[in-house]
Design a protein around this ligand. Structure first.
Ligand code: ATP
Ligand code: MG
Length: 567
């Protein structure tokens, strides 16, 4: 397992969960012999999201803990929505999270021959039949939770006939929906999944891995357990909605000549408030250009979270904090934000950046004078070195850090009062220059040369400290301040998904000023802009000399303020 150096905070998977405990018991009792083998089985029909991260941490974490193996298997039984782009992004995301799958990447589609053979096996054993009811009729015959289903008129057809028909289906001699292969189990079963489930259907569609070879495709249920068995998976872990499929999973394993007997276990999905974890809905945001692609920094996708500046370690820590349970629930996004804040507080070097600049002229500072001050890279990490901060006659401060008059609660620069420039001298404001509209465009100050690391001689300590950047030696930057994509706690519950969007999820600050060293960092470098928040140099748009930063997270949780922000 590889780790992102900046991302190590906490020990992922140190905690216990019910599956870890269960496997430990199975090993102790001798029920589990040999290596524990798990798998992560994404369907390549979208990018991975934070819910998938939970499943990845669980499956890879268990394998790691028990010194077993975790495989990556693309569950690619539905050629409709699947795409190579998704296959590539999923692999990149897993690797970025710091996990390595065992052996080669696997594909359910590479077992299509074997699965087809298994289907013939069931037919020959009288345990599957070709049904010529339409998909609608099949649904109608299936019954309800309170009523048993009805037998299809094709249910008792001769196995030899079914075999011939299934082979004809596979040769492409039927239209989509004209016939399907169903397992012959029990139309009166209380569990609807056992009412002769469809295990193969016709899809006249090329597949991204197998091309035109197949026009019949196995159902999820038929493919999944058998693929687990083929790969020697011991613990097939999925989410709770598959609990009712477990009897079918077991029935198929019991009736097929599979090489192993995997067992399915379920855990609750991880959902986050203020966002959505459904690939279908996320795809909609991408397709309707609500966001700037799957990896938009506001997306709950792993690639979006990465671009937002989260570290792999913070995501693993978050998954560890959430834990693994069998009772669902929604996790507070604040927990994810806490994980990255904690990580970056320890690991991110400090810098100064002014997002909304106001010019200060230090009138008792010579025009050409440049004094290079030193500041710590991090308040308590010597290993992060020091920064060089050029101080000049003209500097920028944050516009909101100056007022012509203010009450005592305002601890920043006020006309006629003093404030400390962070890592530098104390200045005092004397005059303002205004434009025609009366807006302050420049503030004239004097500095006190005896206040570098010292209080003014009059013993009056300035109340505030503000950040600043040299107007002549600083660099211009573009900074994107991101906030939550949705303003409502449960966007999936909105009548119209888009109604829940947060109109303030992105604010672009084009004319920012940043201390020179911070403009030189490599893409994906994370920094704390002092007093402002945690930021990351954008993975794609940032370049040395043309800095572009994304806000990862605010210094403190300011989310509660959103309610009043729109007014
Ligand atoms: P989606 O609804 O986003 O399409 P899915 O279950 O269809 O999710 P898959 O690609 O089939 O997506 O998921 C791969 C694995 O990740 C499965 O084992 C699935 O159970 C697990 N998984 C998906 N979503 C979550 C989630 N929110 N929490 C935990 N595990 C999840
Ligand atoms: Mg799925």
């Amino acid at each position: 397992m590889s780790h992102d150096a900046a991302g190590e905070s906490g020990t992922a998977h140190a905690g216990n969960n019910f599956l870890k405990n269960l496997i430990a018991e199975q090993i102790a009792s001798g029920e589990q012999q040999g290596a524990v083998v798990t798998r992560f089985p994404p369907e390549p029909n979208g990018y991975l999201h934070i819910g998938h991260a939970a499943s990845i941490c669980l499956n890879f974490g268990l394998a790691e803990h028990f010194d077993g193996a975790c495989r990556l298997r693309f569950d690619d039984t539905n050629p409709d929505a699947e795409d190579q782009e998704y296959i590539d992004s999923i692999q990149a995301d897993i690797q970025w999270l710091g996990f390595e799958w065992d052996g080669a990447v696997r594909y359910t589609s590479s077992y299509f021959d074997t699965l087809y053979g298994y289907a013939l096996h069931l037919i020959d054993a009288g345990l599957a039949y070709v049904d010529e009811l339409s998909p609608e009729q099949i649904r109608e015959y299936r019954g309800t939770l309170t009523e048993p289903g009805r037998d299809s008129p094709y249910r008792d057809r001769d196995p030899a006939e079914s075999r011939a028909l299934f082979e004809a289906m596979a040769r492409g001699e039927y239209a989509e929906g004209a016939a399907s292969l169903r397992a012959k189990i029990d139309m009166a079963a209380g569990n609807i999944n056992l009412r002769d489930p469809v295990i193969y259907r016709i899809r006249n569609k090329a597949h991204h891995q197998t091309g035109d070879k197949w026009c019949v495709y196995p159902s999820y249920d038929f493919a999944h357990g058998q693929s687990d068995a083929i790969e020697g998976v011991t613990h097939s872990i999925c989410t709770l909605e598959f609990e009712d499929h477990r009897p079918l999973y077991n029935w198929l394993i019991a009736h097929l000549p599979v090489p192993a007997r995997p067992v399915q276990y379920e855990f609750a999905r991880v959902n986050l408030n203020y966002t959505i974890t459904s690939k279908r809905k996320l795809r909609r945001l991408v397709e309707e250009h609500i966001v700037d692609g799957w990896d938009d920094p506001r997306m709950p996708t792993i690639s979006g979270i990465r671009r937002r500046g989260y570290t792999p370690g913070s995501i693993r820590t978050f998954c560890e904090m959430v834990g693994v349970s069998r009772s669902g629930g929604t996790v507070d996004t604040a927990m994810l934000e806490h994980a990255i804040r904690d990580d970056l507080n320890t690991h991110a070097a400090r810098a100064m950046c002014v997002l909304d600049p106001l010019k200060i002229v230090i009138t008792n500072w010579d025009e050409d004078r440049v004094e290079t001050l030193e500041a710590a890279g991090h308040p308590n990490r010597d290993d992060l070195g020091t920064r060089r901060l050029p101080l000049t006659r003209e500097i920028f401060i944050e516009a909101e850090d100056f007022r012509e008059s203010a009450n005592k609660k305002y601890k920043r620069l006020v006309l006629g009062k003093k404030v400390r420039l962070r890592n530098a001298y104390v200045i005092e404001a004397h005059d303002v220059v205004k434009d025609e509209s009366g807006r302050v465009v420049e503030v004239h100050c004097t500095y006190d040369p005896d206040t570098l690391g010292d209080n003014p001689a009059d013993g009056v300590k300035p109340k505030g400290v503000i950040h600043w950047v040299s107007a002549t030696h600083g660099k211009q930057a573009l900074v994107r301040v991101y906030d939550r994509l949705f303003a409502v706690e449960n966007p999936a519950r909105e009548a119209e998904l888009l109604d829940g969007l947060n109109p303030f999820s992105l604010t672009v600050h084009k004319g920012c000023w940043i201390e020179p060293g911070a403009a030189e960092v490599a893409p994906e470098t994370r920094l704390q802009f002092e007093r402002t928040g945690y930021f990351v140099a954008d993975r794609y748009d940032h370049a040395v000399g043309a800095p572009v930063f994304n806000r990862v997270v605010a210094l403190r949780d300011t989310w509660a303020k959103i309610e009043s922000r729109g007014e």
